[in-house]
Each structure stands twice: as structure tokens, then as C-alpha cells.
Design a protein around this ligand. Structure first.
Ligand code: TAP
Length: 461
């Protein structure tokens, strides 16, 4: 068995590696190295934990590693790129679930009530409440993102019920602590917190989902931090705090990107799915369709082109076709940039990952603040499978479910070519007036095929 001061020293090394790893993740150029550094830190932490503990059942540990490794490998191989967000939701939930199980096991295995000390009991209550909310909330987020359940559950007095559940689980937690670990209060606390997790995420339908995923990620870190106190494991406390803090920072960035209040999201006061408008009446007779040949002709006359990718580019796996089109245009002395909305796609950085995969230089990517002033000087905007993030309703209609969400102002460009398969709505489920704007042409088709056809037409022309 390893001496505890050596173990703590190794935990400190692991924690420093986590911090340098996170620093690396702040820029695409150093992200891979950052990931490797964090993984090395995690390796040191896990080996140290295993070597420094007495009385380990190695059989169970090996069985856990093999089973977990197998499930993880199968999931990683089978999951399509477009299904990553629900996988991330599931991972967040498993993090919360692990905290509930580990903290719960610690208190259940204490022979009789009163055996655990107050600090351990308070940490158990915190880890279990946050972990149970995270587990159940993430499972609900998973079924919603996977579109297994499409409806959002709302009922009158929902906020009061949520507040009562939160208060109830805290009271049960306090009673568990004051009775020295009475298991009846433990189970009541776990049950109420689990129900709270379900009810917090059930009403969230439309555009708020990315913020909720980021918040659940932060909660899973905070639960792990609580478990670290239960086990007296410093590296778990530090790693959990890092996940919690970075998750909260990401939640804040997402809130800003969607113009949502941080407190509303944290307490589950989300926007919901919004009202449904009849799309047929909305678009009837007002849409101007175009062809790949006509789009190519318009592009030939352009000097400045901006590509705006969205979720549809991921579905169509059109990133390589988009790169080929950009190279073709650049060979014709036409400048091409990419405007990236922070919540385009279905996960943070979704578009950046896809464009990096297609070797598109990072300095060609403009974020919301840099892109918006540029649209007025842009000759042609090509929107590939984006919808909500370019919907002017967010700017113009205070009643819209996405009202106030900052959008890419593509409608300010001279001409907008929108590539998508139909007039179907995006994630928020609402029609988009951009599709019937005077300067918009719709090119209906699969993103990859349509972009490929434009590139071919440019080469032939
Ligand atoms: P969306 O508004 O979801 O629109 C995507 C569009 O892509 C759809 O209208 C669809 O129209 C089109 N499409 C689908 N498959 C296609 C294909 N093969 N070829 C061409 N087009 C295709 O996408 P967005 O503008 O990227 O906005 C993202 C939305 O997701 C926001 O509401 C955001 O809040 C939400 N969200 C984001 C995240 C994060 S963190 N990024 C996480 C969860 C939710 P057709 O069916 O007509 O082709």
C-alpha cells in the first residue's frame, strides 16, 4: 500500500495536469495536447487511487473496467456524429448516477446510524441530491434529444411543485444528517431529488436544450466534488470542482449566446417549445426556389462569400463538399469566410469540429460578433442546413420562442442562398421568414449533393 503523503503528492500532480489540460482546451491548436495532458492526469489519479487503497476486490474492479470499456467502445463506434449530443447527455447522467451510487454506498455500508461524521453526511446529502437531479434530468434530456419523446410536459403550478421538491429533498437531507445517517431519510431525499430532475427538464423543449446540457454537465462535476468529500479523496474534489466550474462557465456562455437568464436556466424556468404556426399558410406562394446552376452563376459574380453552416451540414456530412466549394471559389479570386453561431448544430463547437475535420483553416471562421457587421458587405451568403440560428424572428418578434436569441444577420447580405431539403422547421419548431425574404433563394436538396452540384457547375462554367 502506498503512503498517504506520496498518494497526496501524486494527486497534486494529477490536479496540476488537469488544469494545464483545461488550458490547452481553450484553443483548437492546443486542444489535442490538452486532452492528452488531462488523460495523463486521470491515469495517474486512477492508478494512485487503486494502489493507495487497502482491501480492494480486484475481481470486481477488473470486471467493472472490462464491462465499462466494452460498453464505451461499442457506443463510440456505433454513435453517429449527429447523435453525439444525446450521448453527451447520457455521459453527464452517468457521472451524476455514479456520485449517487458511491456516496450512497458509503453511507449504507456504515454499520449503523450515527457511525458517519457530520462532514461525511453533509457531503453525502449534497452529492446525492445534485447527482440524482443530474442523472434523471440527463435521462430526460437524452430521450428528448434522441426524439424518443417529443412532447414537453408542463402543468399549472409546476414551478411551485419544483420548489417544494427541492425544499423537500433538502429537508430530508438535513434530517438524514441530524439523525446520524438514518437510511429512511436517505431514500426519501434520493426519491424527491430524482423526481425534481425529471420535472426540471421535462418542460424544456425548444431552443433552451443546449443550455440545459451545459448546466447538467456542471451539476455532474459538483456531485463528483461532493463524493470526493465523502470518500476523503482530494483529486476527486479538485476534478469535480474543475468540471463544475468549467460547466458553469460554458452554461454562462450558452446563456449569452441565447439571451437567456442564467438563473432561469439553473432553476429550470425554461422557455418551452413555443406556439406552433401553420407553416403551409406562412410560406404559401412566397418562396423563390433556385437551382445549382443558377446559384453557381450568382456566385461567379460575387467578390465576398460567407458560408453559414448549421445542423443540416452535420446530417448531410457536407463539410468536405463545403471545403471543395470554398477552394473552387477561392481559385476564382472570390473570398470565402465561415460564420459560426455558438449554438449551431446540436452541441457546443459542433460546426468547428466538422470544419476542422475538413481542414478548413481556423482563421476563416468568424464568430457571431465578427460575422454580423460583415454581412452588409457580403455579396452572397450560403446557408447550409442552418435554420434557427439565422431566423430573423429572434430579432423582430418578441412573442417568438426564440425572441432575443442573438442570430447571424444573414438577411443583411445582398443575396442569400439557403440549402435544405424542404421547408421543415429547425430545432425550435418555428417557421423562418428568411426563406421568403426578397433577397433569399431556396436551393432544395441534401446539403452534400447541393453543394457538390454548385461546385461542379462552377468548374464547368
Ligand atoms: P436547426 O434550426 O435545427 O435546423 C437545421 C435544418 O437543417 C433543418 O431545418 C433541416 O431542414 C436541415 N437539414 C437537415 N438535414 C439536412 C440535410 N441532409 N441537408 C440539408 N439540410 C438539412 O439548426 P441550426 O440553425 O444549426 O440551429 C441549432 C438549433 O439546435 C438551435 O435551435 C439550438 O438552440 C438547438 N440546439 C443546439 C445545441 C448546441 S449546443 N449547438 C444543442 C441542442 C439544441 P430540412 O429538414 O428541410 O432539410
Amino acid at each position: 500500500m502506498m503512503q498517504s503523503n506520496i498518494a497526496n503528492l501524486l494527486y497534486l500532480v494529477a490536479s496540476v495536469l488537469f488544469i494545464f489540460g483545461l488550458k490547452g482546451l481553450t484553443h483548437p491548436g492546443s486542444a489535442v495536447r490538452g486532452n492528452m495532458i488531462s488523460a495523463a492526469g486521470m491515469f495517474i489519479a486512477v492508478v494512485t487511487a487503486l494502489v493507495s487503497e487497502a482491501d480492494l476486490s480486484w475481481g470486481i474492479i477488473v470486471a467493472g473496467v472490462v464491462t465499462g470499456g466494452l460498453v464505451g467502445t461499442i457506443l463510440a463506434l456505433k454513435t453517429r456524429m449527429t447523435a453525439i449530443p444525446q450521448l453527451v447527455a447520457l455521459f453527464n447522467g452517468f457521472g451524476g448516477g455514479a456520485s449517487v451510487l458511491v456516496a450512497g454506498a458509503a453511507i449504507i455500508s456504515d454499520a449503523q446510524p450515527g457511525a458517519a461524521d457530520v462532514q461525511v453526511l453533509v457531503s453525502t446529502a449534497a452529492a446525492v441530491i445534485i447527482g440524482a437531479v443530474t442523472l434523471l434530468g440527463s435521462l430526460v434530456a437524452f430521450v428528448k434529444l434522441a426524439e424518443i419523446v417529443r412532447k414537453s410536459l408542463t402543468f399549472t403550478g409546476q414551478k411551485i411543485v419544483n420548489a417544494a421538491l427541492a425544499a423537500g429533498s433538502l429537508v430530508c437531507g438535513a434530517l438524514m444528517v441530524s439523525t446520524g445517517g438514518d437510511l429512511a431519510w436517505f431514500w426519501a431525499m434520493t426519491g424527491l431529488a430524482s423526481l425534481l430532475g425529471v420535472l426540471l427538464v421535462m418542460p424544456i423543449g425548444g431552443a433552451d436544450m443546449p443550455v440545459v446540457i451545459a448546466a447538467l454537465n456542471a451539476y455532474s462535476g459538483l456531485a463528483a466534488c461532493g463524493t470526493g468529500f465523502v470518500l476523503g479523496n482530494t483529486v476527486l474534489v479538485i476534478a469535480g470542482s474543475l468540471v463544475g466550474a468549467s460547466g458553469l462557465i460554458l452554461t454562462r456562455i450558452m446563456c449569452k449566446a441565447m439571451n437567456r437568464s442564467f438563473t432561469n436556466v439553473i432553476f429550470g424556468l425554461a422557455m418551452g417549445s413555443g406556439q406552433t404556426i401553420d407553416a403551409d399558410t406562412f410560406y404559401e406562394g412566397k418562396v423563390k426556389a433556385t437551382s445549382a446552376d443558377e446559384a453557381a452563376m450568382i456566385l461567379e459574380g460575387a467578390r465576398q462569400v460567407m458560408v453559414v453552416p448549421g445542423y443540416g451540414m452535420a446530417v448531410a456530412q457536407a463539410q468536405h463538399a463545403v471545403r471543395d466549394l470554398a477552394r473552387q471559389l477561392e481559385s476564382m479570386d472570390i473570398s470565402v469566410d465561415f460564420a459560426i453561431h455558438p449554438v449551431a448544430g446540436r452541441m457546443p463547437g459542433h460546426m468547428n469540429v466538422l470544419l476542422a475535420e475538413a481542414d478548413i483553416a481556423y482563421d476563416k471562421l468568424k464568430d457571431l460578433d465578427a460575422a454580423n457587421p460583415a454581412f452588409a458587405q457580403t455579396d452572397v451568403v450560403i446557408v447550409v442546413g442552418a435554420n434557427d440560428v439565422v431566423n430573423p424572428e429572434a430579432r423582430n418578434n418578441p412573442e417568438s420562442p426564440i425572441a432575443g436569441m442573438p442570430i447571424l444577420d444573414v438577411d443583411k447580405a445582398k443575396t442569400v442562398i439557403v440549402i435544405k431539403r424542404s421547408l421543415s422547421p429547425g430545432f425550435a419548431g418555428i417557421p423562418n421568414p428568411l426563406f421568403i425574404a426578397d433577397n433569399t433563394l431556396m436551393l432544395f436538396g441534401d446539403g452534400k449533393a447541393a453543394i457538390g452540384a454548385i461546385t461542379s457547375a462552377l468548374k464547368e462554367g
